[in-house]
Ligand binder design. Structure first.
Ligand SMILES: Nc1ncnc2c1ncn2[C@@H]1O[C@H](COP(=O)(O)OP(=O)(O)OP(=O)(O)O)[C@@H](O)[C@H]1O
Ligand SMILES: [Mg+2]
Length: 479
């Protein structure tokens, strides 16, 4: 078995997103029968009244993007957060299958945040492409951001300063990377490996940063003229209500943070006005978060077997034994128990294994993973982490499928059909007429769009339709 030495940066070119499952990017059966295509060419023809369109656009993969340009971002960003030297950049490189971030055995190796585009694995794409005889597959993608390590006191400017907290503020979700691997050669800023202490340290710094932010906001709103006075001076009732919502939200959140409770844990207790009033603050502990337990290579199989059980289960040892795996290490068990108390999800990864896999041929990968006792990479490592991140962000996928391509699109839960169409192009939203829609399972079962139509499975959905996970859609629009 070839073991790969630690990669240094700049040894490989940035490569396209989609490589976590690059086989899915290769063309599938193109077929010769246009009539058999889903979304036949007629859908692309313009008529005087309207056009029917399926995915004419090409995916715009980016390898480096301007950080913090929220208005320009097309993809949701997830920040990799944690203490220095816990493996964030190694994981980031593996996620992006590129060595664009410098990963090395010294704390504060990363200073500027690196941003990479990562394809979201989805086995349904292959099936759809087969049915649609699509020339290619385009998965949907997320952006990951490799953020500098935080240390105790970061909220007061310790370490490399609390500007890194503002890097986290720009993200939509957080993956907290926790070191569970023992290796005397790899420096730990606190001198020993203790994942729960590390989780508390980072959690506390984020809570302190939020508390300071909330306090500043409270002081500012105290300096504002009282709402009643504004109202009597002609201020709108809506503005007054919003101001009241903000005051009460700030009071409640300050109380939770005082007790070191992450805001995300109690977010649903806030009214929708209170939630809206807090949005501009970008509170760090309000962001969806999951833990990535970074384990040693030999621990990966056992850790994954333990952590893939439900976060609320009280013990994983029995579950692991039932799976025929060994018990997880005490570190992994401690991470699982801590996360369970918070109701957070944990995914086992080995940044080291992932970075080594990226250097191997498919046969070598299989051999290496088997030697580690890992049979199914979908349930451990990066694929599991990407999927878990997607779920943590409460995202949904719908598909478009035609001879040119089968493609996955990301929307937030609860998105209506016109806004879902707008993810493809703003014209589709502006001129939305209706969406021809069939569920993924029904389409696969029917074997072709024609058969699905014959069976009455293709519905014509209007502007109020809330797009469901796995919908396959064709948008009819007129601009
Ligand atoms: N699972 C693992 N097992 C063994 N070594 C690992 C593992 N994960 C990461 N490492 C090693 O830990 C060291 C630190 O990794 P890396 O530079 O990715 O940390 P980082 O969290 O990005 O640090 P910083 O915050 O300083 O940027 C590297 O030498 C890397 O090879
Ligand atoms: Mg780093």
């Amino acid at each position: 078995m070839r073991r790969v030495e630690k990669r240094c940066s700049c040894t490989r070119q940035a490569i396209t997103a989609g490589n976590p499952f690059s086989s899915a990017m290769t063309p599938v059966n193109t077929g010769n029968d246009p009539a058999a295509f889903i979304g036949v060419h007629g859908f692309l023809r313009s008529t005087s009244r309207h056009r029917l369109v399926h995915t004419p656009l090409r995916v715009a993969h980016r390898h480096r993007v301007a950080f913090g340009c929220r208005g320009l971002r097309s993809k949701l960003q997830t920040g990799l957060v944690g203490l220095p030297n816990v493996g964030k950049s190694t994981l980031f490189n593996a996620l992006c299958e590129q060595a664009q971030a410098q990963a090395a055995n010294f704390p504060f190796c990363t200073v500027e945040p690196n941003v990479g585009v990562v394809a979201v694995p989805d086995a349904r794409l292959d099936e759809l492409a087969r049915v649609g005889r699509s020339a290619r597959i385009v998965p949907t993608a997320l952006e990951f951001v490799d953020i500098a390590g935080l240390v105790a006191g970061a909220s007061r400017g310790e370490g490399l300063g609390n500007q890194f907290l503002s890097n986290i503020r720009q993200c939509d979700a957080v993956v907290h990377v926790v070191r569970c691997f023992q290796d005397d050669q790899i420096v730990h800023v606190a001198g020993s490996v203790d994942p729960v202490r590390d989780m508390e340290t980072i959690g506390l710094e984020l809570a302190l940063a939020d508390a300071a932010q909330v306090e500043r906001r409270r002081q500012r709103s105290a300096r504002r003229p009282a709402a009643a006075a504004v109202a009597s001076a002609g201020g709108s009732a809506g503005a007054r209500l919003m101001e009241e919502a903000e005051r009460s939200a700030l009071d409640r959140v300050a109380e939770w943070l005082d007790a070191a409770v992450p805001v995300r844990q109690r977010w649903s207790e806030l009214s929708s006005e209170e939630q809206r009033s807090l949005q501009p603050l970008g509170l760090l502990t309000a962001k969806p978060m999951l833990y990535a337990a970074n384990v040693a290579d030999v621990e990966l199989a056992d850790a994954a077997a333990a952590l893939n059980t439900s976060p609320s289960s009280s013990s994983t040892t029995a579950a692991a034994a039932a799976e025929g795996m060994g018990a997880p290490s005490p570190q992994v068990e401690a991470v699982r128990a801590y996360a369970a108390r918070e109701g957070a999800r944990v995914v086992a990864v080995s940044a080291q294994v992932e970075s080594e896999l990226a250097e191997l041929t498919p046969d070598e990968r299989r051999e290496y993973l088997e030697s580690l006792g890992v049979c199914d990479m979908d349930t451990v490592g990066l694929r599991a982490l990407i999927r878990a991140t997607y779920d943590t962000l409460a995202l949904r996928t719908y598909f478009t499928c035609g001879p040119e391509e089968t493609r996955a699109w990301t929307i937030r839960r609860g998105t209506r059909a016109p806004q879902a169409a707008g993810v493809i192009h703003s014209d589709f939203e502006r001129g939305f007429i209706r969406a021809e829609t069939v569920g993924y399972a029904q389409l696969i079962d029917a074997g072709s769009l024609a058969t699905a139509r014959e069976r009455g499975l293709v519905r014509s959905e209007g502007k109020e339709y809330v797009v469901q996970e796995g919908d396959v859609m064709l948008f009819r629009f007129n601009v």
